[in-house]
Ligand binder design. Structure first.
Ligand code: NAP
Length: 253
């Protein structure tokens, strides 16, 4: 089956950073976009900006870890904008600590937002996709899935998202739904700014040190990830599923 006429995309954690860039890009591609975030005002600002640029978007406040809120918000998106056929699971947090200092709360909160959140949104949204016989799910993983000092919780969650991606690709393929993951490297957002702050160095200092190891010689921008998301949710990408695409300015090991 081909793309449904009314193409509606849900993007989580879309009030800023990578999620906001993905929301803006999918709107420019012609999708009606549901901008989901904990921060409803921030989501509203992104939705208004999309509207001013000639696109169609709605803002929805939701905590992706809350089962009932997720079920309810996906139905509200379907009522207000139309049934979603694209889902980008992007909402994320970091709570970095070395293992011996890592608290159960830091472990649980990171796994909840990334993994439970992606599971809940995917379960709620696939209903509309299977009914339409067409869908695209993109999970935002990370190069940290391969291991990163001080991020046992985050790297476990991002590796878990890769397993979820492959399994959902196997389960949902027969319904015309593809499921892929993007694993970004260093992207300039509030999240990486917060990392620099935690390390007690300026963002410029932090970025310069990281960029030295990136083959293309620059830090990534949220738009780099939005470009890849735009491709993966496109009609022509229908034979690509269960893949993890690293977007890190070079190979990763
Ligand atoms: P960001 O600027 O911190 O944005 C994350 C967004 O997610 C925020 O708007 C945040 O809302 C929202 N969020 C957090 N918890 C939520 C929840 N429970 N329910 C709904 N929304 C929630 O981060 P980013 O750098 O754009 O990262 C986006 C994604 O890319 C994350 O999954 C991150 O792990 C991943 N990633 C980032 C990088 C990088 O270098 N930046 C690299 C690899 C992967 P609030 O503002 O209200 O907290």
């Amino acid at each position: 089956m081909s793309t449904p006429d009314a193409r509606i995309a849900v993007v989580t954690g879309a009030a800023r950073g990578i999620g906001a860039a993905v929301a803006r890009r999918l709107a420019a591609d012609g999708f009606g976009v549901a901008v989901l975030d904990l921060d409803e005002r921030g989501a509203g600002a992104v939705a208004s900006e999309i509207g001013r640029a000639g696109g169609r978007a709605g803002a929805f406040g939701v905590d992706v870890t809350d089962e009932h809120a997720v079920e309810e918000v996906v139905e509200r998106v379907a009522d207000r904008l139309g049934p979603p056929s694209v889902l980008v699971n992007n909402a994320g947090i970091t709570r970095d600590n070395l293992l011996f200092k890592l608290t159960v709360d830091e472990w649980d909160s990171v796994l909840d937002v990334h993994l439970r959140g992606a599971f809940l949104l995917s379960r709620a949204a696939q209903r509309h996709m299977t009914a339409a016989g067409w869908g695209r799910i993109v999970n935002i993983s990370s190069t940290a899935a391969l291991g990163n000092r001080g991020q046992a919780n985050y790297s476990t969650a991002k590796a878990g998202l890769q397993g979820l991606t492959k399994t959902l690709a196997i389960e949902l393929g027969r319904f015309g739904i593809t499921v892929n993951a993007i694993a970004p490297g260093f992207i300039q957002t509030d999240m990486t700014r917060a990392t620099a702050e935690r390390l007690g160095i300026s963002f410029e200092e932090f970025a310069n040190a990281v960029v030295k190891k990136i083959p293309v010689g620059r830090a990534g921008d949220p738009e780099d990830i939005a470009h890849l998301a735009s491709f993966l949710v496109s009609e022509g990408a229908g034979y690509i599923s269960g893949q993890v695409v690293y977007a890190a300015g070079g190979p990763v090991d």
